[in-house]
Design a protein. Structure first.
Length: 344
């Protein structure tokens, strides 16, 4: 299905659901979490953007997230493929031309850094990891400004999710496959309506996303902002709506999904019995994803190198004159789908 046909199919979706957006916006999530937006100006010099440092024998202490690698041993580089392990993790000295990132004291300056690196096995089960995770600056720069929220530009964060049909997924398993993850909550009627409308659009697009090599993860969690303001006797916040279990997730999609369409792959946060901190893994060891989720729904797109290339929160208004004017949830998910199919 083309994007034009998908948009056309989506115009009638609101009539398929009995939910209505009758609650005011909650702004859900953790408003205290820092917002990290990588700007067009930061990426404009080109080269390869460093998303996360793993470490190496020499020189990596002179590099940081946000730096742009412009050349390796005098040869210009433009994408992650130019930074393959076999080229930079040889155990021999490698000279990098680097433009320092926006957070560096010498930001904007071009420096030469010599590194010595070997394939890194400190991230099991990943074998022979590179000394740093990278993405082409031009590729990263394709995302619109509104899809550059806190996780944008990071390597896959720490995560542990349960598949409603069985099995556990963590952030390191994201490596090697493109993914569209929709994190959603159902604290309010508005959030419920948005999640249904977006789910239906995803159902209509799932075959085309599959053909483009993109896996869908329709993921229900309790956002940090999903609270009533009250606390229990032991001081814990009282949620407006508790997370769904597997049966409830399946029933939700059967009830509100598009008739005749295959159910989306469904995921959820583990319950207290299932949760295992040792399984909450990512390429970035200290970045837990839920800390960065403020407003439901949040859409996260990762490329095959497990770099977050899109992170949007809630919805963005459809432009004036759009056939989806007033249907901002459908417009938002269609923009993410189009990006995943064409630019991921």
């Amino acid at each position: 299905m083309s994007i034009k046909r998908l948009l056309s199919a989506s115009l009638s979706l609101l009539a398929l659901t009995s939910l209505s957006a009758c609650d005011s916006k909650t702004g859900g999530g953790n408003s205290d979490a820092p917002t990290i937006e990588v700007t067009q100006e930061e990426l404009a010099p080109g080269g390869v953007y460093i998303s996360y440092m793993v470490g190496c024998e020499k020189g990596c202490d002179q590099l940081a997230k946000g730096d742009l690698i412009l050349a390796v041993d005098g040869q210009p580089v433009t994408g992650a493929k130019d930074m393959r392990v076999s080229r930079i993790a040889t155990g021999a000295p490698i000279k990098l031309k680097v433009r320092k990132g926006a957070k560096a004291p010498n930001k904007g300056q071009e420096v030469e850094v010599e590194i010595v690196a070997k394939p890194n096995d400190s991230l099991p089960p990943i074998k022979e990891a590179p000394p740093f995770w990278t993405v082409g600056a031009a590729e990263l720069n394709k995302a619109p400004t509104w899809a550059r929220r806190a996780l944008f530009g990071h390597a896959s964060p720490m995560i542990m999710l349960m598949n409603a049909d069985g099995g556990t997924t963590d952030g390191r398993q994201f490596l090697g496959r493109k993914r569209l993850i929709m994190f959603w909550d159902w604290a309010t009627r508005e959030e419920q309506a948005m999640s249904v409308n977006m789910m239906q659009v995803l159902q209509n697009a799932q075959e085309d996303l599959k053909a483009a090599g993109v896996d869908i993860m329709y993921t229900q969690i309790r956002f940090p902002g999903n609270v009533t303001g009250d606390t229990t006797e032991d001081g814990n916040p009282v949620p407006r709506q508790a997370p769904m279990n597997d049966t409830a997730l399946r029933d939700w999609q059967k009830k509100y999904g598009v008739a005749g369409k295959t159910l989306l792959p469904m995921y959820r946060f583990p319950n207290a019995t299932e949760y295992n901190a040792a399984r909450e893994l990512g390429l970035e060891g200290a970045s837990t994803y839920i800390y960065y989720l403020r407003a439901s729904p949040a859409i996260v797109l990762l490329d095959e190198n497990a770099i977050v290339r899109w992170h949007s929160e809630a919805t963005v208004p459809a432009p004036a004159g759009s056939p989806l004017a007033g249907k901002d949830d459908q417009y938002t998910i269609i923009q993410a789908i189009e990006f995943a199919m064409k630019d991921l």
